[in-house]
Design a protein around this ligand. Sequence first.
Ligand code: FMN
Length: 175
Amino acid sequence: MIDILRTRRSVRNFEKKPIGLQSLDVMKEALLRCPSSRNSTPWTFIFVDDPDTLLRLSQAREQGSGFLKGAALAIVICGDESKSDVWVEDCAIAATVVQLTAHALGLGSCWTQVRRRPHSAEKSAGEYVRETLGIPKALHVECMIGIGYPADDRKDAKELDYGKIRHNRYGESAP
Ligand SMILES: Cc1cc2nc3c(=O)[nH]c(=O)nc-3n(C[C@H](O)[C@H](O)[C@H](O)COP(=O)(O)O)c2cc1C
């Protein structure tokens, strides 16, 4: 696991290559195995691989979603507020798990935030994605995970801020 975490970075440039069926199956299984509060499973996962639809999803936000047009797949993660008051946490866990699974399969991925982000002055990104994919009004769109084979090998190291970790009390740094 730590090797997966050490080598994962967000990937926004992808090869023009479809994702194999076996990898798709593994990602679906990983999503369905995720923990959720009270096992409420308040999510729906929409797998989008149609290039025209990916292009439309890439226009969900003025910035931050453009890379989706080059992805082989977007997984749109929707949450049902009526099934859980903590659907945001449940959906975020699923998003993270599928990103790590994708990396373990040799794929790259990046998160596009949808919840609480605008599409335009008049419309939220969530409404735009809902309209684009025919998602019922009762569901919220949390995020879209763009996935594909990485076009560049990101080797830039991540700075680890150990000051974020405290020991026993807030004021005590970890040894
Ligand atoms: C909740 C969340 C929202 C994010 N939203 C976006 C986004 O809208 N567009 C984007 O390109 N990257 C997005 N990212 C990716 C972050 O920019 C990225 O994880 C961060 O810069 C750290 O880089 P790393 O993933 O390579 O470690 C998001 C990540 C998270 C966890």
